[in-house]
Design a protein around this ligand. Structure first.
Ligand SMILES: Nc1nc2c(ncn2[C@@H]2O[C@H](COP(=O)(O)OP(=O)(O)OP(=O)(O)O)[C@@H](O)[C@H]2O)c(=O)[nH]1
Ligand SMILES: [Mg+2]
Length: 448
């Protein structure tokens, strides 16, 4: 195994930069760089960094970690230097001269997985922690790193192993019938496993909105106040606002935190029959955004009468995922509005009013609590990879259940249980292929 090196903090000017090495050469690097023979693990030393040719490069703090007691499970060296890109480059280059290789993305965590420090879903949780965009996603990822999903999968593995052993024992003595209570027990266990898988699969939909933010698209007719709404949320003039209908062409997207949620807010071109090619393009993009949305913020000019164009939008925007902002209350509320919108959650206001933001935040938070209840109830971060494995296990177990109920082909049944067992093993990485690892770790940052 070679020794790898990478900068673990973002490249650029910073107070301190952390450079990490992992692999068998770490101790000899440290002894030579810091001109010190007796280095204690896990002790921070303040020292000059000497290059391979003996030039002092910086005053640093370094820590050495011994094999089996480090993040990767290998010996490691962590160097905190001054955060000047010149110094960083010189130190990384020096470590390469001494024989280290630049780490691939996620290679430190990959090594931790290969050395059994973390299982595969814990390794994925490391990336989720780094990229979590909401408090809830962060908490779930932290639990997952602590082994919440791993324990759940281990429980499935144990149950399946017991079932396989029981049925195989029965197959060895086919002349004896399985006692009635054992037969019932197997049926119950299969049923319980299937229910537990279903429960996990229901949480899959929460992963993306939790991790990347709820995709919230601002829609409506031209001039309703969509761009004004985006600006009110952000507290700055992010989008151009004008009284000319059709002002917004390109869609704009910005993040907004509405604790405990994180929203990805998208301002779009107003929906109407476009007058020119540019606007047509914008409207086409709006249509695409509408299909991608987890939640729609439909802005309506409440001072105008209800009309056919609004009716057409009403037929497309379901009340479950649409929050209506009935705007321009300062110009009066048209009598036709309340009845037309009675199936929706409506917030009536003037976006030009200084209290608009706090009112919007309160109402929208309540709306999200109801319409995104699957987000509040999520207790695991179920990735696409986990869900695919769970679906695979579910299909095998359903097949096994059918065979069991019909008292047929017990050996096929065992094969189905083994398929399910294998699927669970892939979640925690007890069985894996290199390509899957490449895909998982390529999404990590370099230095993690
Ligand atoms: N009176 C009043 N005018 C408002 C209010 N909110 C927005 N406006 C005005 O309405 C006009 C249109 O606002 P925008 O935010 O540009 O509307 P839009 O929906 O983004 O319009 P397009 O980009 O053309 O689709 C601007 O002149 C705003 O100043 C409000 O609460 N009251
Ligand atoms: Mg606009």
């Amino acid at each position: 195994m070679d020794t790898i090196v990478a900068l673990s903090t973002p490249f650029g000017v910073s107070g301190i930069a952390v450079i990490r090495c992992s692999g068998p050469q770490c101790l000899s690097f440290a002894q030579s760089i810091f001109q010190k023979e007796n280095i204690q693990p896990r002790k921070a030393y303040h020292s000059l960094y000497h290059s391979d040719s003996g030039t002092p490069l910086d005053e640093v703090v370094f820590t050495f970690f011994a094999e089996k007691a480090s993040y990767t499970g290998e010996s490691m060296l962590e160097i905190s230097c001054h955060g000047n890109p010149l110094i960083i480059q010189q130190i990384v280059q020096d470590l390469r001269t001494r024989g280290a290789r630049s780490a691939e993305p996620g290679e430190f965590t990959r090594r931790a997985f290969m050395n059994d420090v973390l299982d595969l879903c814990q390794a994925e949780a490391v990336s989720d922690i780094i990229h979590a965009q909401s408090q809830q996603a962060l908490t779930l990822a932290q639990h997952q790193l602590g082994g919440s999903l791993s324990r759940c999968v281990e429980h499935f593995l144990q149950k399946l192993t017991e079932l396989i052993a029981m049925i195989e024992a029965f197959l060895d003595f086919p002349e004896e019938d399985l006692p009635k209570e054992d037969h019932t027990h197997v049926g119950q266990q299969l049923q319980e496993l299937l229910q537990a898988i279903e429960k996990l699969l229901r949480q899959q939909g929460a992963y993306r909105p939790l991790q990347q933010g709820i995709y919230t698209v601002i829609v409506g007719l031209p001039n309703a106040g969509k761009s004004t709404l985006l600006n009110v949320f952000l507290g700055q003039e992010r989008a151009i606002v004008s009284s000319i209908p059709g002002t917004t062409r390109d869609f704009l997207s910005e993040r907004f935190f509405l604790e405990p949620y994180s929203l990805k807010l998208v301002d779009t071109a107003g929906l109407r029959t476009a007058e020119n090619e540019l606007e047509q393009k914008g409207i086409q993009q709006t249509e695409e955004q509408v299909t991608k949305a987890d939640c729609l913020l439909w802005v309506i000019d409440g001072s105008q009468p209800w009309n056919d164009s609004l009716e057409a939008l009403k037929n497309r925007f379901s009340p479950k995922r649409t929050f209506v902002i009935l705007n321009k209350l300062d110009c009066g509320l048209h009598a036709s509005m309340p009845k037309a919108l009675e199936t929706y959650t409506v917030c009536s206001l003037s976006l030009q009013d200084s209290s608009a933001l706090s009112l919007l935040q309160d109402r929208l938070r309540k709306f999200l609590q109801q319409s995104c209840s699957d987000l509040s109830e999520a207790s695991f971060m179920i990735h696409e990879r986990h869900a695919a494995a769970l679906q695979h296990a579910k299909a095998a177990l359903q097949h096994a259940q059918a065979l069991w109920q019909q008292h047929r082909e017990e050996d096929c049944l065992v094969a189905e249980l083994r398929t399910a067992l294998h699927a669970f093993e892939t979640i925690v990485g007890q069985s894996y292929d290199e390509q899957v690892l490449d895909t998982i770790f390529s999404k990590f940052c370099i230095g993690k």
